[in-house]
Design a protein around this ligand. Structure first.
Ligand SMILES: NC(=O)C1=CN([C@@H]2O[C@H](COP(=O)(O)OP(=O)(O)OC[C@H]3O[C@@H](n4cnc5c(N)ncnc54)[C@H](OP(=O)(O)O)[C@@H]3O)[C@@H](O)[C@H]2O)C=CC1
Ligand SMILES: O=C(CO)COP(=O)(O)O
Length: 346
């Protein structure tokens, strides 16, 4: 038997990653907050609400008891929605020691302090050695990973040894893992692309075309990079799996919850109607609020994020938001790059 891994979170992503680990020979204990999920896995070997049609092997043991989940582990993986992240880390903290290697796969911001998830982990688990912490992100829908479709992700950690340990833990023939030392960029890329996917869904719901989709994705990546660089990320990360890679999959996949939510908004539903029709998390809605505040704090211009904020939280008509975006003052395309390397010839 390989390593023991405690997976905290039994939604779609926690379950799909537990499957990857089980395929790699790990002994997985997966914590679900509801006993019904545990009972279903024990009786049927399925988690039908989150990953229908997928059979879970016996090497994944479910439990709703956090202490039991964390009793004996070499690694911990946290994969729950960002709104539940801080509270869950508080509960997890007593069972984690300094040398535990912890990785999270959550794409969002802390609603209290707007912190990234790795910052929340270190705040709530202060005994943890920061070098043992990593994030797993990149273009990877649970529905496809659980069907063992080829997928690439990135593990970012400040420590090369930690990044490579998690690379070894997760990597297999259908799940290819790259490493990256830029934790800030990896986390921001994953969290901020959800806002743009909402925007693309909105645009599609309004029946705009592929030109609008390409514009939102490209200019979306520009503003993601702009905020990211200001917050300490490396620009190159946004050209990789955690940036453009995840942006592409979330803006174009039929599996994307963020795209789907945006599409319904574009068709005239309210935020409350959309949320009550989805049985899974829509991180982009929370991320829009956080990114709007972060853009003001860091004095970074994020026109698409601002437009989506006004639609989601101030009742602005989506068509009016698009008109305002298109009617903004003239600007250069490559403002940051221009400052660094590009010059007009005259
Ligand atoms: N699904 C995917 O393809 C991917 C998801 N991610 C990220 O992973 C994270 C988790 O998403 P995902 O698994 O998809 O979410 P899901 O919506 O599939 O599942 C949510 C899970 O979180 C639990 N949960 C919900 N609210 C709370 C709460 N307040 N306290 C504790 N637990 C709670 C749910 O438990 P219950 O059943 O009891 O409500 C359920 O187990 C997100 O940040 C997402 O962006 C990243 C990459 C891919
Ligand atoms: O992050 C994801 C894919 O990489 C999941 O995106 P959605 O939450 O929009 O489904």
């Amino acid at each position: 038997m390989g390593s023991s891994v405690a997976v905290i979170g039994a939604g779609s992503w926690g379950t799909a990653l537990a499957l990857v680990l089980a395929d790699n020979g790990c002994k997985v204990t997966m914590w679900a907050r509801r006993q019904e999920v545990v009972d279903e896995i024990l009786a049927e070997r399925t988690n039908s609400r989150y990953l229908p049609d997928v059979t879970l092997p016996e090497t994944i043991s479910p439990t709703s008891d956090l202490e039991r989940a964390l009793a004996d582990h070499d690694y911990v993986l946290a994969a729950m929605p960002s709104v539940a992240f801080r509270d869950t880390m508080k509960q997890v903290s007593p069972f984690i020691h300094k040398d535990t290697r912890v990785i999270h796969a959550t794409k969002g911001f802390d609603k209290e302090k707007l912190n990234r998830m790795s910052q929340v982990i270190l705040e709530e688990i202060p005994q943890l050695d920061a070098r043992n912490l990593a994030v797993l992100t990149g273009p990877s829908h649970a529905e496809e990973v659980s069907r063992r479709f080829p997928t690439t992700v990135v593990v970012a950690s400040k420590s090369r040894a930690t990044a490579e340990a998690f690379q070894d833990l997760f990597m297999n023939t259908y799940f290819r893992v790259y490493t990256n030392p830029d934790v800030v960029g990896a986390e921001l890329g994953g969290a901020l692309k959800n806002i743009i996917a909402l925007g693309v869904g909105l645009s599609d719901g309004l029946q705009f075309g592929d030109n609008a989709k390409a514009a939102l994705m490209t200019r979306g990546l520009t503003e993601i990079s702009r905020l990211g660089i200001q917050m300490g990320a490396a620009q190159m990360t946004f050209a990789g799996l955690a940036g453009i890679g995840d942006l592409i999959v979330t803006c174009t996949s039929k599996h994307s919850r963020n795209w789907r939510a945006g599409y319904q908004l574009g068709q005239g539903k309210t935020v409350d109607e959309v949320l009550s029709s989805m049985n899974m998390v829509v991180e982009g809605i929370h991320a829009t609020k956080a990114a709007y505040a972060l853009s003001q704090k860091h004095e970074v211009i994020m026109p698409i994020t601002n437009a989506i904020f006004h639609v989601l939280f101030e009742g602005k008509n989506p068509r009016a938001a698009v008109e305002d975006l298109m009617g903004r003052g003239k600007t250069h395309e490559m403002e940051e790059v221009a400052r660094m390397s590009m010059r007009w010839e005259e």
